[in-house]
Design a protein around this ligand. Structure first.
Ligand SMILES: C[S@@+](CC[C@H](N)C(=O)[O-])C[C@H]1O[C@@H](n2cnc3c(N)ncnc32)[C@H](O)[C@@H]1O
Length: 265
């Protein structure tokens, strides 16, 4: 199935290239930078752990999984128009029930500019309403996603937190935000988002997954630093993808992406 959320950096276009590289069999599936989790929703593994540092995203998944009907009741109450969008955006999450927070997240995700999740310094969502927006999901759709999430443990936090749960024969798919040394500091996905300085920590995490005899697949943009850090150890392949740069269709171009894995397929 398609992912429920629109998400910057979604791997929809790389889906088959990544799926083709999955091991034939694996135990538990882990996706520590899950975002819209398009791989998870496509493959629907029987036993999975999804996590992301975006608290509202993971709260929405949890509420959809546990109480889809209540989430839908709140969602239905938010009319789709510009005035209401800015009202819903300005709601303080601390004053909302968990179901209402999840409904607010779904609503804003469907209507905001390009499905981008950006907050201001105070952590408040500040993306304007988009022009090409999605329709609100129906009750049936929310229930379908609830079922799909039944086999997934949903965690919120930094990618490093998954390591204790990874065991021999598991598969970890990692899709960190692309970050360059000269890139803006931690803007795209929130204040503590993965940044170039975290690459050493990412490589240590890959080494640890490998030491546990679990499989990993990493997607990253093609850059020399990551290539030279990884080439000696693991399989590094590059593929070309047509991408929107900075979310604007006028800035579409072909970019090279890396797929790194610690096993042959
Ligand atoms: C490129 S997106 C993942 C896209 C996803 N594969 C999809 O198909 O939608 C990167 C994700 O990493 C999350 N993220 C950023 N820094 C993180 C960190 N330090 N630990 C865990 N997740 C992080 C962001 O919130 C974002 O959802």
């Amino acid at each position: 199935m398609d992912p429920l959320f629109r998400w910057a950096g979604s791997k929809k276009k790389l889906l088959s290239s990544i799926k083709d590289r999955f091991p034939k069999e694996f135990n538990r599936y882990h996706e520590p930078f899950c975002g819209s989790a398009c791989l998870f929703f496509d493959v629907l593994p029987k036993n999975a752990v999804l996590s992301d540092m975006n608290e509202e995203l993971m709260l929405a998944y949890r509420q959809i999984k546990e109480v889809p009907g209540l989430v839908y009741d709140h969602l239905e109450a938010f009319e789709v128009n510009k005035e209401r969008y800015y009202e819903v955006r300005s709601l303080r999450i601390d004053n909302l029930s968990l179901e209402a927070r999840a409904a607010r997240f779904i609503y804003l995700n469907r209507l905001c500019f390009n499905g981008v999740y950006r907050t201001n310094k105070a952590g408040l969502f500040n993306v304007p309403m988009g022009t090409k927006t999605g329709k609100m999901p129906t009750r049936d759709v929310i229930e379908k996603y609830s079922l799909a999430l039944k086999n997934a443990v949903l965690l919120n936090g930094d990618f490093g937190g998954i390591l204790p749960g990874v065991n021999r024969g598991d598969l970890v798919y990692l899709d960190p935000p692309y970050s360059k040394p000269e890139g803006r500091m931690r803007g795209e996905y929130g204040p503590n988002s993965f940044h170039f300085d975290d690459i050493d920590r990412l490589i240590t995490t890959l080494e640890e997954i490998d030491r546990k005899k679990a499989y990993f697949i990493l997607s990253y943009s093609d850059c020399e630093i990551i290539r030279s850090a990884l080439k000696q150890k693991w399989n590094v392949e590059n593929i070309s993808v047509k991408r929107h740069v900075a979310g604007f269709s006028a800035h579409r171009r072909i970019v090279e992406e890396l797929i790194v894995s610690n096993f042959s397929h």
